[in-house]
Design a protein. Structure first.
Length: 192
């Protein structure tokens, strides 16, 4: 997807990228090291400034890089990246020789506000700066972060909302054992 197909999302609407509970790819970087992992446990946390919460296990290279850099990106993959999401979740960056993004079949592009890369072909991207909460991070592996930049695929996120039809790419939702749901049909309950 080229830059023209991405739209900047106002920060006060960025929570809407995560509100429906998609599985995300978490990218991180520190110095010349970078990594990606899959995460099913992330959510919006606050509106102003926008904040998110995500679980990042102590044993992961992503955790090490996030703690070193104080930042990470959440990338919302569509069904076409499901095999890469599974691969990134099953292989530790500590054990992969070379670039984990490439091994997972993921292409990246530079973020605007953080050092971690963003992942091509995703539906949305949130650039995040960690809010230091050592007790929560240590005890629960839960990271809180402020969203400092957000973008989305302009074809399916417009006017601060997901816009999907039968042919739109959709986010995926991990349910365990290699199984996912794909976001279903959207419907409107607004009185007309």
């Amino acid at each position: 997807m080229d830059q023209a197909a991405r739209v900047t999302i106002p920060l006060d609407k960025s929570w809407r990228l995560l509100n429906h509970g998609p599985t995300v790819l978490v990218s991180s970087a520190s110095g010349d090291r970078r990594n990606v992992m899959s995460a099913a446990w992330s959510m919006p946390l606050d509106f102003s400034p926008p904040k998110i919460a995500i679980v990042i296990d102590k044993a992961t290279l992503t955790r090490e890089l996030v703690e070193a850099s104080g930042e990470f990106a959440l990338c919302i993959p569509p069904r076409t990246l499901a095999a890469s999401v599974v691969w990134a979740g099953q292989h530790s960056g500590r054990d992969v020789q070379g670039d984990k993004f490439a091994h997972a079949g993921l292409r990246t592009f530079p973020a605007s506000r953080i050092g971690a890369p963003l992942i091509e072909d995703c539906l949305g991207w949130l650039e995040c700066k960690v809010i230091s909460e050592p007790d929560v991070q240590g005890k629960y592996d839960l990271f809180l972060a402020e969203v400092v930049s957000a973008q989305a695929d302009a074809r399916i996120f417009q006017d601060g909302h997901w816009q999907q039809d039968a042919m739109s790419p959709r986010s995926i939702h991990y349910i365990a054992g290699g199984l996912f749901f794909e976001t279903g049909e959207m419907f409107d309950t607004t009185p007309r």
